[in-house]
Design a protein around this ligand. Structure first.
Ligand code: IPD
Length: 284
């Protein structure tokens, strides 16, 4: 049917790749080889939370394409305000640039994230690694896949690590000061107990890195739905044990997102619990 996960996945891939090409083309046009044009950047939740003209353009493009392919669906985008209840029951959850700070500085880790959700659960999604020219995609029940440079799809699977003290863990930090202070405390407890930590700067890519076996686990407090909606499905379909915020939580509720290879998932959760990291860290 028109709403089956495979069909939605194909649309997610098409849309994420198209927006990814726009983001890749516009970065040198707007920012040049380095440095940021001040008038192309504004702040959002805090002074250090940026949004650029390219985020806005890319979201516009995604909305335009989705309107063409799926006129009866709802779209919730990071830069686009609220969502309405659509007749189809499908809601697209879109981050036009996940990793905007990396984008701004020209660090090569930012992505377009496009997911289709039904009742707050992701059924299909794609994450386009813009600089790496890699598309990650999944449909519920259909496995997780990656395609390099538009080439053949290769199936992804998580690592078989079985000792949490050997786990490479990716994490990220929100923009608010209070949350960061608590996230720093959690990290200081975690760092001596795992192999090492990575802070790549794009939660969508962190989750795809779990799927691809490039890290063993990821966790972060206070992600918004557009940060995790596609990546969490990719990780789960690659075999990760995944926990996402409840469907109606807001990023300000500070719920935790966790994805881990199955051999360390229970021990990693226990460790996060011991460090108080499974509880929400809300902004004050
Ligand atoms: C951010 C990235 C980052 C994470 C932040 C997110 P944005 O998304 O995913 O890795 O640590 O919490 O807000 O703002 O670049 O779309």
């Amino acid at each position: 049917t028109a709403d089956d996960p495979e069909t939605l996945r194909r649309i997610a891939v098409e849309v994420a790749r198209d927006a990814g090409r726009l983001v890749a083309r516009r970065r040198p046009e707007v920012f040049g080889p380095r440095g940021a044009a001040a008038d192309a950047v504004q702040s959002k939740s805090t002074r250090t939370d940026p949004v650029t003209v390219v985020d806005t353009e890319a979201e516009h493009r995604v909305r335009e394409l989705l309107r063409t392919y799926r006129p009866d669906d709802d779209v919730l985008g990071e830069e686009g305000g609220g969502a309405v209840r659509a007749p189809s029951g499908v809601r697209w959850v879109v981050d036009p640039i996940d990793g905007t700070v990396n984008f701004l500085y020209g660090l090569p880790a930012y992505a377009v994230s496009v997911a289709a959700q039904v009742n707050g659960t992701s059924v299909a999604g794609a994450v386009e690694d813009v600089v790496g020219r890699r598309t990650y995609a999944a449909a519920r029940g259909g496995g997780a896949w990656v395609s390099e440079d538009g080439g053949d799809w290769v199936r992804l699977s998580v690592t078989d690590v079985d000792d949490v003290s050997m786990a490479l863990v990716a994490t990220g930090f929100g923009y608010g000061a209070a949350r960061r202070r608590r996230q720093g405390e959690v990290v200081s407890g975690l760092l001596p107990r795992v192999r090492d930590l990575r802070r790549v700067g794009s939660a969508a890519l962190d989750l795809c890195m779990v799927a691809a076996g490039q890290v063993d686990a990821h966790f972060e407090h206070g992600l918004s739905p557009w940060d995790w909606a596609a990546g969490a499905l990719v990780a789960a379909e690659a075999g990760a044990v995944v926990r996402t915020p409840s469907p109606h939580s807001r990023s300000s509720d500070g719920e935790v997102t966790v994805a881990a290879s199955p051999g360390v998932a229970a021990a990693f959760s226990a460790l996060l619990d011991e460090l108080g990291a499974l509880d929400p860290i809300a902004e004050d």
